[in-house]
Design a protein around this ligand. Structure first.
Ligand code: ZN
Length: 110
C-alpha cells in the first residue's frame, strides 16, 4: 500500500469512521488518507481520536504490508480496555465511547 496523501478536513456532512464505524459529525475535523493498494485507489476517513489511538497503541507495528483492517483496530482497542479496566467497568462502556476511553486511560497513565 502506498499513501498518496494525508489531510485533515472539516466534515461538511456526516461520515462514518473507517476505524470505529461511528459517525463523524458535521463540523468535526477528521482525517482523510488517500492511498493506492494493488492498483486500487482507497480513501480512508477517520476520527482524529481514532488516528491518535492507532499511534498510541503502536498499531503500525502490526501492519504486514496490507494495512490494518477495521476489525484488527477494534480488536486492539478491546484488548487494551480489557487489560486496563475491570470487567464491570468494561461492560458499562458504550461502543461509541471505546476509543475515547482508550485515550483517557493513556492520558491518566502519564
Ligand atoms: Zn473513529
Amino acid at each position: 500500500m502506498d499513501v498518496l496523501s494525508n489531510t485533515t478536513k472539516k466534515a461538511r456532512k456526516v461520515h462514518i469512521c473507517d476505524w470505529c464505524n461511528q459517525p463523524i459529525i458535521k463540523g468535526e475535523a477528521y482525517e482523510v488518507q488517500r492511498s493506492i493498494s494493488e492498483g486500487v485507489f482507497c480513501t480512508w476517513k477517520s476520527h482524529i481520536n481514532c488516528e491518535e489511538v492507532f499511534d498510541k497503541l503502536n498499531m503500525s507495528s502490526l501492519d504486514n504490508g496490507n494495512g490494518i483492517s477495521e476489525s484488527e483496530f477494534m480488536f486492539e482497542v478491546y484488548i487494551f480496555l480489557q487489560h486496563n479496566l475491570s470487567d464491570v467497568e468494561f461492560e458499562k462502556l458504550k461502543e461509541k465511547d471505546l476509543v475515547y476511553k482508550v485515550l483517557s486511560i493513556i492520558k491518566e497513565k502519564k
